[in-house]
Design a protein around this ligand. Structure first.
Ligand SMILES: Nc1ncnc2c1ncn2[C@@H]1O[C@H](COP(=O)(O)OP(=O)(O)OP(=O)(O)O)[C@@H](O)[C@H]1O
Ligand code: SF4
Ligand SMILES: [Mg+2]
Length: 326
């Protein structure tokens, strides 16, 4: 495993990343029941690039490995193998990444006033010299995310879900990161509030030149946010392309299936279920192409051979035996 940094046009390059979890039963149970150790391959040979100042979104159904990638990139997990390289900033330091989580309540200390929650990274990283400068910066950050100076005196439980996510964003910005990893930042919010928070995130991206790795299971959300989309299935990227290209010409059968389930005006209920049956257990992934049990066009080859990743003329990368440029 290597975590390194280099000078490139990508803010982040991830190369052949693998993360396996040991999910074995406790030792005594294994001995008594004669069970072998069991491993779960949550991230299986994943490579992608996030362009500087751009947004790459990872999409896919529950359990496909999106959060594991986020945790690997932010250093919360160590990969089994593969490289994670952040570009260098203008001072020659690797870009620092901050994470924004789905549940803002769980990631904010309920016993602290909001001003102290936001001030903590500023103090920790010694980004301001005096207490007065720290307070000034906290007020500036509150205003940046659409809150007021007096909100700093309150506690997290005094806010709505959308406001709490604004506080999380302010806290993430407090450490002056160049790179934000956003793991389902709006999934816990009402649809109307989701749009406000997403618009705020886009505005902040332009204002501060931020780069985003954005995670969602919701195709309409990622369409709004991303320059590029990587579609994940059972720990692998099956298609990765520019947003408009991917929506106009989805190439992988799984991407096509995901796009069919986008809610429309007549059917606004956001449904996490995708047609075509259940996702197989990552403990026993199917042979060959992992999508073959659900794939409407699978052939005999699909159940025995893992498709290689091909780069098409459009720049889309796709892993399917039946998809090519012709
Ligand atoms: N710490 C862990 N220990 C064991 N297994 C784990 C751990 N974290 C994740 N997994 C497993 O790895 C797989 C990928 O999980 P992950 O949380 O990355 O999926 P996800 O795409 O983020 O799903 P969701 O949309 O539900 O958030 C799942 O099968 C999950 O059960
Ligand atoms: S490789 Fe085969 S099973 Fe997999 S997506 Fe392509 S056609 Fe379907
Ligand atoms: Mg997740």
């Amino acid at each position: 495993m290597n975590v390194m940094s280099k000078q490139t046009n990508s803010a982040l390059s991830v190369d052949r990343l693998v993360k396996t979890f040991d999910v074995s039963a406790p030792w005594l149970n294994r001995v008594v029941e004669r069970k072998p150790r069991q491993y779960l391959q949550a991230v299986n040979d994943i490579s992608f690039e996030v362009p500087r100042g751009g947004c790459l979104s990872l999409v896919g159904e529950s359990g496909c490995g999106k959060s594991t990638v986020a945790r690997l990139v932010t250093g919360l997990y160590r990969p089994n193998s593969g490289d994670i390289s952040f570009a260098l900033d203008k001072d020659g330091e690797p870009l620092s990444a901050q994470m924004i989580f789905q549940d803002p309540y769980a990631s904010l200390n309920p016993r602290w006033r909001v001003k102290n929650i936001i001030a903590e990274p500023i103090r920790e990283l010694k980004l301001r010299n005096s207490a007065a400068e720290v307070s000034e910066r906290v007020v500036e950050l509150l205003k940046t995310v659409g809150l007021s100076a007096s909100d700093g005196e309150k506690f997290p439980h005094e806010f709505s879900g959308g406001q709490r996510q604004r506080i999380s964003i302010a806290r993430a910005l407090a450490s002056e990161p160049r790179f934000l990893v956003c793991d389902e930042p709006t999934s816990a919010l009402d649809v109307s509030v989701q749009a406000q928070v997403l618009n705020l995130m886009r505005r902040l991206q332009d204002e501060f030149g931020l780069t985003y790795l954005f995670i969602s299971h919701d195709m309409s959300v990622v369409r709004h946010m991303s320059d590029r989309i990587a579609v994940m299935y059972l720990g692998r990227i099956v298609e990765d392309g520019e947003t408009e290209e991917l929506f106009a010409r989805p190439r992988h059968p799984y991407t096509q299936l995901l796009l069919q389930t986008i809610p429309n005006i007549d059917n606004p209920n956001r449904d996490r279920e995708v047609a075509g049956g259940e996702v197989p257990s990552p403990l026993k992934p199917p042979s060959g192409c992992p999508f073959h049990p659900r794939c409407p066009i699978a052939t005999a080859q699909c159940s025995s051979e893992l498709p290689a990743v091909r780069t098409l003329a459009s720049g889309t990368r796709v892993a399917c035996h039946l998809v090519g440029d012709e």
